[in-house]
Design a binder for this molecule. Structure first.
Ligand code: SF4
Length: 676
């Protein structure tokens, strides 16, 4: 059986996969992300490609319909809403599961042809705070590091990242590097004692959102011990003095970590030149997520520990194509190709290139605001693509109600029944992994191909084609006359060339003459370029910025719910839920609770418990464990109303967001627990 070279559809590590139509799955030994490794989820991909539960035909009002009638209805409803209520009365909510070509076309339709920026994505829930933090510090959303840097570092600091479960192949690479160089040190900063602690020399058990106080404390310690690189700061960084003054107002003990662990961590950081700080959702999914990102970046900028091998901050994205979505501008506060909506020259360049009748002039609704706008009756037509916000959004019950409140809802998905699809007026069957072609970008800026090795089932179509067909029916046929994802990728690369005068970080010229069919995994701008090696950043003066950030005041009143992921499941389990092997790892929704709290409430290990607050209610199996600290709880977010006991964990999280990024604080729900 010949195998097709493609990319795993799950996490942001972006592993290369060799896949066959008979379900054969192997790690691609030539892919630079994984060199042949796969984790449990990737290895089980062959068990997930059957057609059970698939959406195979368009539906209108729950009845099978033709493609023509379904596409006509979507185009008519969107056109009617725009005519009657203006372009901002419609919205797309898309996904980091979309391929870059799908994302590009959806963004182009909304921003250049409808004339609104109301396109947001579940990537808002994943890494928006990193984007905002990068832009504040560097002037651009640039991820400076690479996976190879992790293997070269002498100290890896993991912050809010259960890498062992959520980015397993990257974790395996660090394990191997540490075995090869036993002097490498790993510090894990996390309120929970996760599987990632197995690798760590030191675990700092911080309080929820204790990171800003910790990194402000680190900056102060570095200054007080003569460890700032003032020559580097003078030449390349602004804002150091004010940032240091703000940092001095923090007490690192506010972080909640043990004093002796803090001292050890600070000394280790100060004494190690090659430091990589890797951070993920524990940093981003917070009401102070952007400040947490900048607190980390401040320490790297103040010491010149950036732009060098084995050195720097490194954001790892949860989704397979969150980075590709960022690149094409598929967020409501971005334009395209890392350009800014607020900049008239940027808008003119994109509009001229697209030859579009209009262009959005201001940011659209970010995810939480978007569903609030649905609830408030401001959105008259909504198109959800490849995601399940009725489960994954905070305050999920209200989000489901908000979607019901929209007069017309279209959902594109691979599955016939999802919590969001059940609310749709029109269901559009999309092709899934193995059936579609396109590109994705992983956490280290590496663009790889996803390639089809299965034929599209029944009437399913790729997302880019569905969007283009609707665009044509809305009167924009010429601008969306694509025959293939290769056409779209080629247009995207030419648009990138048109943005060169703006001297942004994104530079895709290496792909200008690439053979799309044979495209090999390639980092932008080039495999051999190291961002910020010359000390040049992207603010107008060429300098980076340190940002004064303040530690939030501790607010804990009762039990704090932390949400997250299991090793063997992905998002709402539409795909991984098909694999008996993966389901055997942790078979039902659960709640980790500390023994002291369990005893106080009268709960034994294995009991069913009710978790509730003003937002919602959930029934979970108690796992009594000191993996969580007293006062804290943990529950995975994968189960849905359809697969669990009628409720979803994210229903228990208030829709609180970071003020800069709009990213929801999914790691902090205030809840009560009682025996069920
Ligand atoms: Fe897929 Fe991520 Fe596992 Fe790699 S580490 S095989 S990309 S889920």
């Amino acid at each position: 059986m010949s195998l097709t070279r493609t990319t795993c559809p799950y996490c942001g590590v972006g592993c290369g996969v060799l896949a066959g139509a008979d379900g054969t799955i192997k790690g691609d030994p030539d892919h630079p992300a994984n060199f042949g490794r796969l984790c449990s989820k990737g290895s089980a991909l062959g068990e997930t490609i059957d057609l059970d539960g698939r959406l195979l035909h368009p539906q209108i009002g729950g009845q099978r319909a033709t493609w023509d009638s379904a596409l006509d209805q979507v185009a008519t409803k969107f056109s009617d809403a725009i005519r009657d209520h203006g372009p901002d009365s419609v919205a797309f909510y898309v996904s980091g599961q979309l391929l870059t070509e799908d994302y590009y076309v959806a963004n182009k339709l909304m921003k250049g042809f409808i004339g609104s920026a109301n396109i947001d994505t579940n990537s808002r829930l994943c890494m928006a705070s990193s984007v905002a933090g990068h832009k504040r510090a560097f002037g651009t959303d640039t991820v400076p590091g690479t996976y190879a840097d992790l293997e070269e570092a002498d100290l890896i600091v993991l912050v809010g990242s259960n890498l062992a479960w959520c980015h397993p192949v990257l974790y395996q690479r660090i394990v191997a590097a540490k075995q090869a160089r036993p002097n490498m040190r790993v510090v894990n900063i996390d309120p929970r004692r996760t599987a990632t602690c197995d690798l760590a020399d030191l675990h700092l058990r911080v309080a929820p959102d204790g990171d800003v106080a910790l990194f402000n404390g680190l900056l102060t310690y570095l200054a007080d011990h003569g460890q700032l690189d003032m020559a580097y700061v003078t030449a390349h960084v602004g804002g150091c003095e004010a940032t240091l003054a703000a940092a001095r107002a923090s007490d690192p003990l506010q972080s909640g970590a043990a004093p002796e662990d803090i001292t050890q961590f600070f000394a280790l950081w100060a004494g190690t030149k090659k430091v990589m700080t890797v951070y993920s959702q524990g940093v981003n999914q917070s009401q102070c997520g952007t400040d947490k990102v900048n607190a980390i970046l401040n320490c790297h900028l103040a010491t010149g520990r950036i732009g060098k091998p084995g050195c720097g901050p490194f954001s790892v994205t949860g989704q397979p194509n969150a980075m590709g979505g960022r690149e094409v501008g598929g967020l409501s506060n971005m334009l395209a190709n890392h350009l800014d909506i607020e900049n008239a020259d940027h808008r003119d360049t994109v509009q001229t290139f697209w030859n579009s009748p209009t262009i959005c002039t201001q940011a659209g609704f970010k995810a939480v605001d978007l569903f609030d706008a649905c609830a408030a009756g401001k959105i008259k037509a909504l198109w959800v693509m490849s995601t399940n916000p009725a489960v994954s959004m905070p305050n999920a019950e209200n989000v489901a109600q908000a979607i019901k409140n929209v007069p017309f809802v279209a959902v594109s998905d691979i599955m016939a029944r999802t919590d969001t699809g059940d609310l749709a007026d029109v269901l559009l069957p999309a092709t899934g992994w193995g059936e579609k072609d396109g590109t994705v970008t992983n956490s280290e800026r590496r663009i790889s191909r996803q390639r089809a090795f299965l034929s599209a089932p029944a009437e399913a179509r790729p997302d880019w084609r569905i969007i283009s067909d609707v665009a044509a029916r809305m009167g924009f046929a010429d601008a969306f006359a694509y025959d293939s994802p290769a056409d779209i990728f080629a247009e995207y690369i030419v648009l990138d060339a048109a943005t060169r005068p703006f001297a942004r970080d994104l530079d895709l010229s290496i792909f200008a003459d690439a053979d799309y069919a044979k495209l090999v995994p390639t980092q932008w701008p080039r495999n051999d370029v190291r961002f910020f090696a010359d000390g040049r950043f992207y603010h107008a003066d060429g300098k980076a910025r340190m940002l004064p950030v303040q530690a939030p005041v501790a607010q804990q009143t009762g039990l704090t719910l932390n949400t997250g992921r299991n090793r063997d499941q992905w998002h709402t389990m539409t795909r991984t839920g098909k694999s008996p092997k993966l389901g055997a790892h942790l078979a039902e929704p659960y709640l980790e609770i500390h023994p002291v709290d369990a005893a106080e409430i009268g709960i034994a290990h294995g009991d069913l418990v009710e978790v509730h607050n003003v937002q919602g209610r959930n029934i979970l199996r108690a796992l009594v464990t000191d993996r969580v600290a007293s006062g804290q709880l943990f529950a995975p977010m994968h189960w849905t109303r359809q697969t669990a006991r009628g409720a979803t964990v994210n229903a228990l999280v208030a829709p609180v967001t970071d003020p800069f990024s709009g990213q929801p604080a999914l790691k902090r729900g205030d809840v009560s627990v009682q025996p069920f």
